[in-house]
Design a protein around this ligand. Structure first.
Ligand SMILES: *Cc1c(COP(=O)(O)O)cnc(C)c1O
Length: 226
């Protein structure tokens, strides 16, 4: 069965907005025509994993919002500072300070701390126990950031138990957020966003409390859901 980009966008948009979950269109493998097509349908938030491509596309389409979701090297920090609407993949203080120091005057950048909740050592992200210390350092050293939550990616193990492993990753991230929000004064009440869920696992992420999902292939190309 084939479906058009417009049909896929509408179905995802409707399913997610019914649950008040924000859809980020991950356009990293996509051409400009497809970006323009979904933008014409009403999609405003796009995500890129490479800083130069984020810069180029943010310059080409300044009326759209561009989220940075990939690993970042310090020498590319300025692109995120100048062009990102939100930075999801903050994993270390040094790079954060580089981004912060390159922010245009008057800009406040919403950021998410990326957390490794997958038990896979090759996955990017800070350990759960390091989230609060990093948050506190950011509060002091990066006053023009607004630290609004966390991003995480699920464990993907092959075979039996895969869905359970995915669900466990997302649940850990939500429980961590809930714990941090409950402990009085540890984090601000705005530390609420959970950026979790990609094409292969977004329905589980939504069940587990995602506030935003990052969808590439399931939107721009045809594929099966979980
Ligand atoms: C590429 C990417 C996505 C989207 O992946 P799909 O499986 O194509 O939906 C989401 N998050 C991050 C961090 C990515 O790098």
């Amino acid at each position: 069965m084939s479906s058009s980009l417009a049909t896929r966008w509408q179905a995802l948009h409707d399913a997610l907005s019914a649950q008040s979950v924000q859809l980020l269109a991950v356009s990293k493998y996509t051409d400009l025509a497809s970006i323009e097509a979904v933008a014409a349908l009403g999609q405003v938030d796009f995500a890129e994993s490479r800083p130069q491509q984020l810069r180029d596309r943010a310059q080409a389409y300044p009326h759209l919002r561009w989220h940075m979701i990939g690993p970042l090297q310090k020498n590319k920090a300025k692109y995120v500072a100048q062009f990102a609407s939100m930075w999801h993949s903050l994993v270390d203080l040094d790079t954060a300070i580089n981004v912060h120091d390159a922010l245009p005057a008057g800009k406040t950048l919403p950021v998410l701390i990326q957390v490794n909740v997958s038990n896979e050592s090759q996955k990017q992200g800070v350990a759960e126990n390091d989230v609060l210390p990093l948050y506190q350092q950011l509060r002091v050293q990066c006053p023009h950031f607004s630290v609004v939550g966390m991003m995480g990616m699920a464990a993907h193990v092959a075979g039996d138990g895969e869905v359970d492993a995915i669900r466990a990753s997302f649940r850990r991230l939500r429980q961590l957020r809930d714990r941090l929000l409950q402990d009085d004064g540890e984090v601000g009440a705005s530390f609420a966003e959970l950026s979790m869920g990609m094409s292969g696992d977004w329905p589980i992420a939504v069940q587990e409390g995602a506030t935003m999902v990052r969808l590439g292939s399931v939107l721009f190309y045809e594929m099966e859901n979980v």
